[in-house]
Design a protein around this ligand. Structure first.
Ligand code: NAP
Length: 365
């Protein structure tokens, strides 16, 4: 990949001190297309050394070169074509809009713009064509906002996508068991979650009930946004004492009466555009299936393909709908920073930023 004199694209991470921001920092080390050029966070952190401001929670050492970086304010900067946002939703909306208007392509994990008519809500394997919505945003060429769905939605959408394409999906009932890292920093107090399950996560059920309809929807006529898929979703979300990895127990009613084996075959064969293009962060197989009834489990299976694969087990008939199963996805990797990186890679591969040439397809990971 070439960008006039630079070998890798300089990237800013917004909200770099938080749970997802730290994941971005970690995933950007040794990334073949991008290099971490700017770390930005709130006024509380701006001006400090990253190593002093961050409460580093990753299981690998913080690189000295990153620890030495000065944290910037979340204000558009020059020379940065791409920003990865891990901002708290209370601040993300206007900041991301300002970056896009200043000519920067923003890929965001925050909910603020997800349901905007002209903003793609992207799972690159499932709805890559929705990137075309960027053309409807009133921003300079090459800029705009792309959003990554909610961390629970991503795993569920990865399964619903191929099933919807093959058979149609009519109704979904889902119960989630969500990890602690999904609550960000400092998160849920230990006294509240130890030896416990919390039956309420604010705003989560609404996202899980609405976002898949947009993701599985169709691009309408130019300027018309997305025609949402007509499926009904009932979601119940819980917080459990697991560090990383969101589980979703799902029952699905399909548009066609098909057997469990046909469902298994569709999920097992599923590949998307990221796999076809050989994008650096793409898992070779987006969905890993298990036969044994004890899988998937967060501690054992969340890191499949560096946390980018969704694992699925217990596929069996459902007496209320057609089929039921357990879906597991790594919430801060596939469900946040890794998923957003994949969105950014797809945007680059589709030449959405003028002057940045697409990568040569690679399959050498
Ligand atoms: P977090 O740990 O609370 O981190 C929030 C980040 O936003 C910090 O870097 C913080 O900087 C910064 N920030 C807060 N207020 C700000 C302001 N007014 N101006 C500029 N920066 C500000 O949250 P998180 O869990 O990483 O989540 C980040 C975003 O991703 C959220 O929108 C969340 O909903 C979404 N998300 C999270 C997950 C997950 O699994 N955790 C998954 C998917 C999506 P300071 O350190 O300086 O305060």
């Amino acid at each position: 990949m070439a960008r006039s004199g630079e070998s890798r694209v300089p990237v800013a991470v917004l909200g770099a001190t938080g749970t997802v921001g730290q994941r971005f920092v970690r995933l950007l080390q040794d990334h073949p297309w991008f290099h971490l050029a700017v770390v930005a966070a709130s006024e509380r952190s701006a001006g400090q050394r990253y190593g002093d401001a961050v409460d580093w929670q990753q299981g690998v050492p913080l690189p000295e070169s990153v620890a030495e970086m000065r944290i910037q304010r979340c204000e558009p900067m020059t020379g940065i074509p791409l920003a990865l946002s891990a901002l708290d939703a209370s601040a993300a909306g206007p900041i991301e809009t300002a970056f896009a208007r200043a000519g920067i392509l923003v890929v965001s994990n925050a909910r603020s713009h997800r349901m905007d008519r002209d903003v793609p809500l992207l799972v690159p394997e499932v709805n890559p064509g929705h990137l075309r919505l960027l053309e409807e945003q009133e921003v300079p060429d090459g800029a705009g906002i792309i959003t990554n769905p909610n961390c629970s939605t991503i795993g569920v959408a990865m399964v619903l996508g191929p099933l919807h394409r093959a058979f149609g999906v009519e109704r979904v009932h889902v119960v989630t068991l969500q990890a602690l890292s999904g609550a960000g920093m400092p998160g849920v107090p230990a006294m509240a979650i130890q030896d416990n399950v919390l039956p309420f996560i604010e705003g989560e059920e609404e996202k899980l009930e609405s976002e898949p309809r947009k993701i599985l929807g169709r691009l309408g006529r130019a300027g018309g946004g997305i025609e949402e898929a007509e499926l009904a979703i009932s979601a119940q979300c819980t917080r459990v004492p697991v560090s990383d990895g969101h589980m979703a127990m799902v029952s699905i009613q399909l548009g066609e009466r098909v057997g469990v084996e046909e469902v298994r075959a569709v999920l097992s064969d599923f590949r998307g555009l990221p796999q076809e293009l050989g994008l650096p962060t793409a898992p070779r197989r987006p969905i890993h299936l298990f036969d044994e009834p004890t899988a998937p489990q967060p501690r054992l299976h969340r890191d499949r393909e560096q946390g980018m694969a969704v694992t699925v087990g217990r596929i069996r008939p459902c007496p209320l709908t057609d089929v039921r199963m357990a879906i597991l996805s790594h919430n801060t990797v596939r469900g946040a920073a890794g998923g957003a990186l994949l969105c950014a890679e797809l945007a680059i591969a589709e030449e959405r930023i003028p002057g940045i040439t697409p990568p040569v397809p690679t399959d050498d990971r």
